[in-house]
Design a protein around this ligand. Structure first.
Ligand SMILES: [Zn+2]
Length: 572
């Protein structure tokens, strides 16, 4: 019965999918040995492509740089600099090079650029009067040859230690592609390790925190894994599987991600996950790939081997019935996991399961609240609150629940419990909360915050405060009337800064966050850099400021338009 279903579904599934005897699972072929490594160091990675990160799949390779900054970064192939970006977080400083073969390479967290790029960036920063810039270049503006030094490696932006983040993207679609499929291999003889498996009793219901789960510890080495307590597992009805697995290379002790995981039932593949390529607007679907409720509750990273119907990410080259298996024939079956890294090292785990006899009853869901459908627009409203979820933001149907909780001290509304934090949201949703009538003239200072401190923004509209939370949880209205805090470190009225290299401030905001800042010397806008890791805002003196007396001014504004102004005369 099961086998017949599988064969039938296999025929109707229309994946253009190649399983190469030795090579990795991939839909497309990429030019090999075309791009060079971007560093001269022996290739070693602190992070792999597709590795599991908080709220995203890692979009490139993180090349290690001996825990130091300042290694020359080389253009991976001939091309032109097509985009330069400076930002506080993210890649910090990034270079994009577009190549004639349809691919674009990206180099992130670099310390410094070439003088030609530095000048273009500085001109753009003064033109836009903004430290953060992101701009495109013309094909003939800044051409580079393969191997040319384009930057020095660094630790800028959201980087936890010195390294080079390197990507290869499809120039047309901007999908990011696993660089290891282009022959940029990392020495690796170590197969992936498997630490546990999960079994999910779905029984026709959407996946949620209420899905019955069983976890089994796994032991093994050198690619051969087995249950720590060998046993035949009894399964009945619709079952999803899961796995906890990571990978290491021969070149470093870092725990990286796997390349692919294939699930077989009696020798037939029912599900494959492979980190070949994906689009950035789908990367949050990592929360549909992992057992998100389990991560929220216990910090366990369990990777599901079945696909939620609302997940659109292109990391599932093959599946039958979304990887969900129906056990109802009373027979013994073999379940096999085949896990590979990008070098092709393979680990397997096999187990025996005994199927029950019960026909699975479909759609047994009992809606305790409102049943929301993942593929539709969903709305909930009462006289105090409105929730609007656009299609594409839920990964599965949701039994939506709502509760009103008591008002918190200082709040301008009751606390509204909007479903629960165990259900992920792909992007965001609209949350409208009616403020207390005494909010009056402060309505434009109102923001929606969650009880765990997350900001959901807020604008006054039609008698409501409207926010856009990225998660479900408990929300209420608060006012932000307090301007940012700006503490001068080395400047005071008539300070002697003739030997100083920089002017420093410490800058922070209590609630809505800093929206903008502007520094001026003698009335002219000057470039100031904000290091969000240290919360230090600084101006670096250059030759434009002559010896003598000058006036420095700084205005910092938060998202609710509360401003702080500082000024002082200084001598240079
Ligand atoms: Zn990275």
């Amino acid at each position: 019965m099961i086998k017949k279903n599988i064969v039938f579904l296999f025929i109707i599934s229309c994946w253009c999918f190649n399983l190469f005897a030795q090579g990795p699972v991939q839909n497309m072929q990429y030019p090999l040995n075309f791009f060079r490594y971007p560093l001269d160091l022996p290739p070693s990675t602190a992070g792999s492509f597709g590795e599991l990160r908080g709220a995203h799949f890692h979009s490139g390779l993180d090349f290690k740089t001996n825990q130091r900054i300042g290694y020359p970064v080389h253009a991976a192939y001939d091309g032109y600099v097509s985009r330069l970006r400076v930002q506080f977080g993210g890649f910090g400083h990034a270079i994009y090079i577009t190549h004639p073969n349809g691919y674009t390479t990206v180099y992130g967290h670099v310390k410094s650029f070439t003088p030609a790029m530095e000048k273009l960036i500085r001109d753009e920063q003064y033109r836009q009067q903004s430290y953060e810039v992101d701009f495109k270049l013309d094909p003939l503006q800044l051409m580079v040859c393969q191997g040319e030094v384009i930057a020095m490696s660094g630790n800028e932006g959201a980087s936890a230690g010195p390294h080079l983040h390197f990507e290869i993207r499809d120039t047309q679609t901007e999908e990011t592609i696993n660089p290891q499929l282009f022959g940029l291999t990392i020495p690796d003889k170590v197969p992936p390790s498997i630490t546990a498996i999960g079994i999910y009793h779905l029984d026709g219901n959407p996946f949620s925190e209420n899905t019955k789960r069983q976890f089994f510890a796994v032991r093994g080495s050198n690619g051969n894994y087995h249950l720590t307590n060998p046993q035949v597992i009894n399964l009945n009805g619709q079952i999803g599987f899961g796995i906890s697995t990571t990978d290491m290379t021969s070149a470093s002790a870092n725990h990286n991600g796997i390349y692919s995981c294939e699930l077989k039932l009696d020798g037939v593949t029912v599900y494959t996950f492979a980190v070949e390529r994906f689009a950035f607007d789908q990367t949050h679907a990592i929360n549909a790939y992992i057992d998100y409720p389990e991560l929220m509750k216990t910090h366990r990273w369990m990777q599901k081997c079945f696909i939620l119907p609302g997940s659109k990410i292109s990391l599932y080259p093959q599946s039958i019935n979304r990887g969900i298996v129906n056990f109802n024939d009373g027979a013994i079956h073999d379940v096999e996991y085949v896990v590979k890294d990008a070098a092709g090292n393979t680990s397997t785990l096999t187990l025996k399961v005994k199927s029950g006899h019960t026909e699975s009853s479909l759609s047994t869901i009992k809606a305790a609240g409102n049943l929301f459908h993942y593929d539709q627009k969903n709305e909930f409203a009462n006289d105090k609150v409105k929730v609007v979820i656009m299609p594409g933001n839920l990964y599965d149907d949701v039994n939506f629940t709502y509760k009103m909780l008591p008002k918190r001290p200082g709040a301008f509304s009751a606390t509204h419990s909007i479903h629960n934090r165990f259900t992920p949201i792909h992007d965001n949703y609209e949350l409208w909360i009616k403020p207390d009538s005494n909010i009056g003239k402060y309505a434009d200072k109102a923001v929606i915050v969650s009880t765990d401190g997350a900001m959901a923004g807020g604008t006054y509209q039609d008698g409501y405060i409207k926010g856009q939370p990225h998660a479900f949880g408990d929300f209420f209205i608060k006012l932000d009337t307090i301007p940012p805090v700006v503490v001068p470190i080395n400047i005071k009225p008539n300070a002697d800064l003739s030997a100083a290299k920089r002017i420093f401030f410490r800058m922070s905001d209590n609630l809505s966050g800093i929206k903008s800042y502007a520094g001026k010397i003698d009335g002219e806008w000057v470039l100031m850099e904000w290091d969000y890791k240290t919360k230090i805002l600084s101006y670096c003196f250059n030759t434009d400021i002559a010896a003598g007396k000058h006036i420095f001014e700084l205005t910092v504004t938060d998202s609710k338009n509360n401003s702080k102004y500082f000024t002082a005369a200084f001598n240079r």
